[in-house]
Design a protein around this ligand. Sequence first.
Ligand SMILES: [Zn+2]
Length: 472
Amino acid sequence: MLSSFGGLVGDYPEQVMVAQVPYGSCPMCEIPKGAPMRHSTCRALDNPRDQHVYSELLDETNINVLHTLHVHPIRNQFWQFPLCNVYHLWQPDEWHQLLLGLVKDLLHWLLKYLKGRNVKDQFDNQFTSVEQYPGLQRFSKPFDSMKSSSWQGNEIRGMIRTLSVNCAPILDCCKDDGKTAAETASDEMVIGAVQALSGFSLLVSQQNHYDLSLTALDNALKRFNKKKGTFRDQKMSKSAKAKVDEQLTTESHQLREQKIHKIGAAMEVQVYGAAKVTTSKRRKFQVRLNRVRQAATKWSEADQQRAIERLEREIHQMTPVKCKLFDKLFQHHERQLLQEVGTKATGPRSIFAKELVQIKTAAEEEVYGAVNMTADKSVEFQVRLSDAETEATTWSLADIDRIVSQLEREMYGITSNEQMRFKQELSIHLIEFEAWWQAIGIQELRKTIEQRVIHFGYPKMHLLSHISESIR
Ligand SMILES: [Zn+2]
C-alpha cells in the first residue's frame, strides 16, 4: 500500500487528500487555517497532528473538536497501521513547495517590482548573460518570455543560484543614482528577500546537514518572512485596495472608540483608585444610568423600529418589495446550505455560521445593490440611529453631563474635585492619543488589514517552515 503512494510524493492536493484534512489546512500540524499560516516566525509551537488523538475523538463522536482541528470526521485508513504516521507520510519536499512553489512566485513578484521601477530590461539583460562557469546554468530567454509552467524545477534551481548576483547591481543600495529614500528602502527589502530565499534554497539542497547549517536555514527563512512584505504593493489589485479601504473605514471607527474607552478606564483607576471603580461597580453604574435615561426618554421600541425602517429606506434603499425578495432569496440559500452541511456543526463559530454570513452579504448586495451596502453606509446607519435616539430624550447635553457626574459621585464615592482632575488628565491623554493615532495608529491598522487581505498563499508559505523541521 505504501509503495503505491511513494510515487506521488509532493503536491499539496494529494497530501490533503491522504491526510483527510480540508483544503487550505496544514496536513502536518494543527495550525489554524487562514491568516495565521503566513506567520513570520519559524513554527514550533503548533501541535503536530496525532492519529491516536483523532481516533479517540472519533470514537467518542467528538465531531466538533475534529472540525476545529481541521480533520474530516471519518476514519483514515492509514490510522490502522501503528508504525505509519499518515501526517508524516510525505515529508515536505524541496521540489514542489520550494522551487516550483515559492521560488517561482518570488520570480514573478520580483519581475513585477522591477517593471514598476523601470529596470526590468536591465534585469533581463543580466538574466540572459550569466558567464559560463561549471555548475551555473545559462538562459537565453528572459523569465517571462515563456509561460511560467514551462520552467521546470531544475531550471528554477539554476535561476535561484544566480538570482542575488543578477539583482545586486540593479538594486544596489550603496550606489548614489538619484533614488528617493522610499525607493532605496524598498530596493533594500527586495534584495534582502531575494538573498534570504536564495540562501534558504541553497542550504536546503545540501546533501548533509549539521547544527550550524540548520540554524542558518532557520535564520534565512526568518529573514525572508520579514522582508517578503515589501512585495505586497505589487500584489495589490484595484479591488484588493478597495477592500482594504472599506475595512479600514469600519475598523478604524471601532478601534478608535475602544482605545478611547480604554484610556478613560485607565485614567479613572489612576485618579480615583482601583478600589473605587471596580468592574462590578462599573456595571452597576451602567445599569443605573440606563434606567435613569430610559425614564427621561420618549423613545419606545416602536419608535426604534420605525427609525430603523426609515433609515434602511434612506441609506440602504430598502423598499418593502425588495425586503420580501431578500427574505425569499436568503431563506432559499440557507436551506440549501443546511442540506449541504447536513449533520455538521451549526454553532455561532462553525464554518456553517461563517458561510451563512457570506451568503447573507451576497444576497443583500444582489437585492439592494452593492453600492447601497458598503461599510461607509453601515457606519452612517449606526450613527444616524443613535442620533435619532439622542434627539428623542428630553435631556440636554448639560443635563447628561450633570446627571452622569452626580451618579458617578454617588456610586464610586468620589468628590467633584477628583472629577475635575480626571477631566483634565483625560483631555491631556486624548490629545496625545489623537497625535499618535494620526501619525502611527491608523497606519498600523492599515498594515494589519493589508496583511490580512493581500496574502502570500497561506498553506504554501506555511509548508516552507516544515522543510527545515523535516531535515532535523
Ligand atoms: Zn503545519
